[in-house]
Write a new protein. Structure first.
Length: 262
């Protein structure tokens, strides 16, 4: 074979190699792009699950959970309500579940059109809520006609909670009533006597007495007395929300069944 024949052979071989490499690259590049999606979806699912945990903590903290009956004082199973436990976020969703027997909140993050799921579980969940109705004290109740309500709240976190303001709403019949005083552990914290029901629970009104604040230490239970200027006719749907100076709010639904306090 002369030199020209050898050159042609090498040229043909080189072209075959280039065609083969081109085919392999055209196959591998899309495959690599597809494989990149899996860690991306996994991270997205993780952050969705994390969002679910934060949502569960904030949702519970904002409501100071009570049971579904007037005798109940502490019931986080509300977190499993269909209107609460699932939320869509962007290209995915999270689903939360609370297990009372183990006091565990579980959040599952899922990405749409993907099999990727990430699950985060928080055991010993209640200490993340900070303020709750005290489960060992009496449920919210009237102590003076229907003009003074009493309830107990507990700080289940490891740090102080300092309350500096409040807001409240309620429904009633007859002349409009207003909150006259709020006492905490026997000390008047609000005494202006001029607060009418506000369905928006905003803006908060400063505590104007007793130092203008109430500190609740870790594990401490305080007695709260809310007094109106007169009896509330059919007083129902009573919600009292306390705030810290940083704007953190803790709402206490005294009447979850909307049938008035016992």
């Amino acid at each position: 074979m002369d030199q020209k024949g050898i050159s042609v052979l090498f040229l043909v071989t080189a072209m075959l190699l280039m065609i083969t490499m081109g085919y392999l690259l055209s196959y591998l590049i899309p495959t690599k792009q597809k494989s990149i999606k899996f860690p991306i979806f996994s991270n997205q699912a993780f952050y969705l699950a994390q969002s679910g945990i934060e949502y569960g903590i904030r949702y519970s903290s904002d409501r100071g959970w009570r049971g579904t009956t007037d005798s109940g004082t502490y019931d986080l199973t509300h977190l499993n309500d269909p209107t609460v436990y699932q939320r869509n976020l962007g290209n995915g969703r999270f689903t939360i579940n609370y297990t009372p027997a183990t006091n565990t909140l579980t959040s599952t993050g899922e990405v749409t059109n993907s099999s990727e799921k990430r699950i985060i579980a928080v055991s010993n969940f209640t200490p993340f809520l900070r303020l709750i109705f005290d489960p060992d004290s009496l449920a919210p109740r009237w102590v003076l006609g229907t003009r003074q309500a009493q309830f107990y709240i507990k700080n289940v976190r490891g740090t102080d909670v300092i309350l500096t303001s409040f807001a409240a709403s309620w429904s009633q019949t007859g002349p409009a009533r207003k909150i006259r005083t709020i006492e905490m552990n026997g000390v008047a914290k609000y005494s202006s006597g001029n607060y009418f029901s506000d369905p928006d629970l905003s803006p908060p009104i400063p505590l104007n007495d007793g130092g203008g604040s109430q500190t609740i230490a870790p594990g401490q239970v305080i007695n709260v007395l809310v007094a109106w200027n007169a009896n509330l006719g059919n007083g129902e749907d009573i919600i009292i929300k306390f705030f810290t100076a940083a704007g953190d709010g803790y709402a206490f639904n005294l009447d979850p069944e909307s049938d008035g306090l016992p």
